[in-house]
Design a protein around this ligand. Structure first.
Ligand code: CUA
Length: 319
């Protein structure tokens, strides 16, 4: 009765709707914990209030009997909670064990975290940034590592989370049971852009996914459009397309202007300068900014690199 009440009232509001079978099972444990906590609070506080009133001192002659102990009661108030805690422990253990199970037949996808975005690399060499695309009802194993500091990959709708470390692999497995788009957060404070280190899991039908996997994402797009699409996925945590500063400079009107550097020299922002600033940003740091950007050397195809240059150039002509 109680559980029905809480489950129906809260399932939608407290937590994002579960999108894997495991997430539903995790929720059952969470709701059980909430229910039993509410129930025991009511019992303790209710009992406290009731006994305070029922046995309050009514006259000077009221003298309570001197009770020192009661073995049966003491045993029960220790043993019953012990059973409840062991039950919760066992339940949690079984769930955790399931969560750490990486099915052999799972589809493996590599995940790279870096300040401050996520890249995904599939077995056929296809890469994507910011959007992890997976088929529904198929076990997926993420093999994850970081290109700089410690990050943490968290998919709230799947109720799973795992730290992502530089220099070694960690893994996370899931089987999405619902199609749709689900947010991913970084949950390890990893620097100034941490809160915008987001991604999306896009779950689709297997056939649709296979088509997506085989497709060239930039077919039919102009270079500037390719650059714009890379920008949206990888750059918005730090750069705007206006003149507004964020962690890095705003990019509108930047191309062709003179840039002054921390070391004192200056240079006009031409194609080669933009390229260098993206691939190896620490070579020249513009005055007033920190050496904070991820080097994109090795992370972009030549087409994407040129696309970004053209996109930044195009920002000068738009209003
Ligand atoms: Cu990456 Cu926080």
């Amino acid at each position: 009765m109680f559980s029905l009440l809480i489950n129906s009232a809260s399932a939608a509001k407290w937590l994002p709707a579960p999108a894997t079978k495991l997430a539903e099972e995790v929720d059952q444990l969470i709701y059980f914990l909430v229910e039993i906590s509410v129930l025991s609070s009511l019992l303790v506080i209710g009992g406290f209030v009731y006994f305070s009133i029922r046995f309050r001192r009514k006259s000077e002659k009221d003298k309570p009997p001197a009770i020192t102990h009661n073995y049966l009661l003491e045993f029960l108030w220790s043993f019953i909670p012990f059973l409840i805690f062991m039950f919760v422990f066992g339940w949690g253990w079984l769930l955790y064990d399931k969560m750490r199970d990486h099915p052999k037949e799972a589809l493996e996808i590599h995940v790279y975290g870096q300040m401050w975005n996520w890249d995904f690399v599939y077995k056929n060499g296809k890469k994507s940034s910011g959007i992890l695309t997976v088929p529904v009802n198929k076990p997926v194993k993420l093999i994850m590592s970081s290109r700089d500091v410690i990050h943490s990959f968290f998919i709230p709708s799947f109720r799973i989370k795992q730290d992502v470390l530089p220099g070694s692999y960690t893994a996370l497995s899931f089987t999405a049971s619902k199609k749709g788009k689900f947010p991913v957060f970084c949950t390890e404070l990893c620097g100034a852009g941490h809160s915008s280190m987001l991604a999306t899991v896009h779950v689709m039908e297997l056939e649709e996914w296979e088509k997506w996997l085989a497709k060239n994402p930039y077919k039919g797009m102009s270079l500037a459009q390719i650059g714009g699409s890379v920008f949206q996925k990888s750059c918005t945590a730090c750069h705007t397309v206006t003149t507004e500063k964020r962690i890095g400079p705003g990019l509108a009107g930047l191309f062709g202007t003179k840039r002054e550097f921390e070391k004192g020299e200056a240079k006009v922002a031409d194609e080669n300068y933009i390229r260098e600033s993206i691939l190896n940003p620490s070579t020249r740091i513009v005055k007033g900014y920190g050496n904070l950007m991820t080097p994109f050397a090795g992370l972009l195809t030549e087409e994407e690199m040129t696309g970004l240059v053209e996109y930044i150039k195009s920002l000068n002509s738009s209003p």
